[in-house]
Design a protein around this ligand. Structure first.
Ligand SMILES: C[S@@+](CC[C@H](N)C(=O)[O-])C[C@H]1O[C@@H](n2cnc3c(N)ncnc32)[C@H](O)[C@@H]1O
Length: 271
């Protein structure tokens, strides 16, 4: 299947509309671990106007609010925006696409995107838009998932499906993002015109009662991984779960699984 930005956009929007209600309990425990480092990288502080791009239910924006910032969250999923409006009345939520956000140029002191940019069909367009909506001197920071050798939990799930299921059954269109390293992020930031750039690895832990709960979190809270899991024949799922449980055993503690996850936080300044 060839890359088609509109197919990716439609697939991602439908996936996140479907995931919105369960997102907080299913997937946000993974995405929330990087938020303090993300906000620090963007220099978010009291009195600033801050954009939370691809905000979902607004968890990164909410932490910016608690730092005393004024926050606008933007997402293309109406279902995610509904979740955000219900939780955070102090935040402004805007419906729009990250490639062409309906936002005034130069309006923000800082912008962040927590695990949003790699879902956008053409991440370079999203970064160009962030450059445009920041004031000169404003900082943009974003997170992506690190490659599976660092991001153990995601790697274990993919390996279990590879071994006991069939990755090729997923009907997801090929992504545009393809970002998995600090180098990928720095290249995008430079192409969009950002200066004073940097990227570093942040490690966290994703806790689950057991392997079944880990698979359920991926299935209920994501778009692309959910499609890959949903495409597996029902009779292969017990073997996939058992394979995951065996592979995750080294990370079992008294309360269940505590599997390492890792992301890259990348940032730059609009000159
Ligand atoms: C993995 S979720 C991250 C949500 C949130 N930032 C967090 O910290 O958990 C990705 C979000 O990006 C949004 N998204 C994906 N592609 C987008 C696009 N092209 N324009 C706007 N939002 C998009 C999805 O609707 C979803 O809410």
């Amino acid at each position: 299947m060839a890359f088609d930005p509109e197919a990716v956009r439609a697939f991602e929007r439908a996936g996140f509309d479907r995931a919105a209600a369960a997102y907080e309990t299913a997937f946000a425990p993974a995405t929330r671990c990087c938020i303090p480092r993300l906000l620090d990288a963007a220099g978010v502080a009291s009195g600033m106007d801050v954009l939370d791009l691809c905000c979902g239910p607004g968890f990164a924006g909410a932490e910016a609010l608690s730092r005393g910032a004024r926050v606008t969250g933007l997402d293309f999923s109406e279902a995610m925006l509904r979740e955000g409006r219900a939780r955070y009345p102090g935040m402004t939520f805007v419906h729009g696409d990250a490639e062409c956000p309906p936002l005034e140029p130069g309006r923000f002191d800082a912008a962040v995107s927590n695990f949003g940019v790699h879902h956008v069909p053409r991440p370079g367009l999203a970064l160009a838009a962030m450059h445009r909506v920041l004031r000169p001197g404003g900082r943009f920071a974003f997170t992506i998932w690190a490659a599976p050798d660092e991001n153990i939990a995601f790697g274990l799930i993919a390996n279990a499906v590879r071994a006991f299921g069939d990755m090729s059954l997923s009907t997801a269109p090929p992504p545009g993002g393809g970002l998995s390293s600090g180098g990928d992020c720095l290249m995008l930031l430079h192409e969009a015109g950002f200066a004073d750039t940097g990227a570093h690895l942040v490690r966290g832990v994703w806790r689950h009662a057991d392997a079944g709960a880990m698979l359920a979190a991926m299935r209920d809270g994501t778009a692309r991984n959910a499609a890959m899991l949903a495409a597996q024949p029902a009779d292969r799922m017990p073997a996939i779960e058992a394979g995951l449980a065996a592979a995750a055993a080294p990370w079992r503690d008294g309360e269940g699984l505590a599997v390492p996850i890792a992301c890259v936080v990348a940032y730059g300044t609009r000159p």
